[in-house]
Design a protein around this ligand. Sequence first.
Ligand code: SDX
Length: 434
Amino acid sequence: MPVQEVMNQTAKLQLGDKSIDLPVVVGSENEHAVDISKLRSETGYITLDNGFGNTGACRSAITYIDGEKGILRYRGYSMETLAENSTFLEVSWLLIFGELPKPGQVEDLADRIKEHSLLHQDMRHHFEGFPATAHPMAVLSAMINASSCYHPELLENNSIDESSLEVVAMLMAKVSTIAAFSYKKSIGDPQRYPDPSLDYCSNFLHCMFSKPYGRYSAEPEVVRALDLFLMLHADHEQNCSTSTARVVGSSEANLFASMSAAVCALWGPLHGGANQRCIEMLEGIRRDGLDVKKVVERVKNREFKLMGFGHRVYKNSDPRATILKKASDDLLKKLGVDDPLLPIAQELEDVARHDEFFLSRNLYPNVDFYSGIILRTIGIPIEMFTVMFAIGRMPGWIAHWKEQHENPNGRIARPRQVYTGSPERDYVAAGSRG
Ligand code: SDX
């Protein structure tokens, strides 16, 4: 990974009468960082950065984002190029192993995923214990951790390489089966077992929608739209859930525990939960016949946030949103489906793109703004939207966990704090407290 410690280039920090030179690190896309590793030991100071918006947690070679230019690349390949030419499994291989798969490699991954797509029979009892109303993200996180109990051999040595795809295939297979099983449980349907004759996306749709009396066979356009959806969600550098996976993994916790924690972080409405909240917002506008311009005024009055808008990194449009906007329109046209939420979403985007409140804050549609339209068109229930994000993000989480796990200089994540609590005080016995 071409990272240069820029020799002799330092940042001078003046703290009172003390000054310190800090090394400057320059990434392969010319990003500059001040390495503060020695700051506390040499000055007693720490830094403070709410939400880590200015703090690099690591060096990484997996995904590059230029938020100002709206650039997203997986291992150097642009999102647009991959969306046009690649597949979810091929991109998963690229993210995890760093290169596009050679002939036979992605087929090997697909075969290993099929081998692991069944859950241990005992895990069926876990599903029986969940209420039908259980949120599928709670089920997914619990079942990822639970599945590790049946594979103790994978808990100790989570080494991931091109020859031992076990743990990669297992996680990518199980999330799909767990997701579909949790949906079947929620609607009181018998679970449908995976079909090894189908590709990853077709099999997921089969497990979701086949009935005891009728087998579901997805239209090619639907399979391609789902594959594109998963590919676009596959990684996004140090986002909240990926950082969670890295933090948990930094304690040498196993891959299953790290992925389970990442699912929990993704669940939040400010992160992966936004796709569900965005469709609920669009449905509310349609159901109540609200005027889009008045909705935007309420957002500007801070009554609520425009879900699916804004991003910590992108200060230009999120390239994924652009791709998903076109893909949702294409899918609806190909299937001859008319979704009333799409024109509402398009009008919201148009109004916001011409409004100073949004422009001045660099607020544009993000990956969650149009993704829900595709999922609705496929027939995915809204409660499952964030689970779909998790299925897509699994290879990215694995790639980052692996990158950190293999870093010889890796350290356990343990941030500092600025204490603002009470100074030392004497204990007061319960009977004497006022
Ligand atoms: C994802 O990190 C990633 O890469 C995430 C992700 C990935 O692939 O992993 O891209 C996936 O999580 C996309 C984001 C999904 N979340 C949403 O769509 C929820 C709505 N968006 C916001 O909550 C917000 O934009 C965040 C959480 C995405 C980003 O928050 P930041 O970077 O902390 O920005 P901020 O809250 O400091 O906002 C800056 C200003 C504030 O106004 P002021 O106080 O300066 O006047 O912009 C405003 C905010 O109030 N603002 C919004 C807004 N987002 C920010 N106002 C209205 N609607 C919004 N959506």
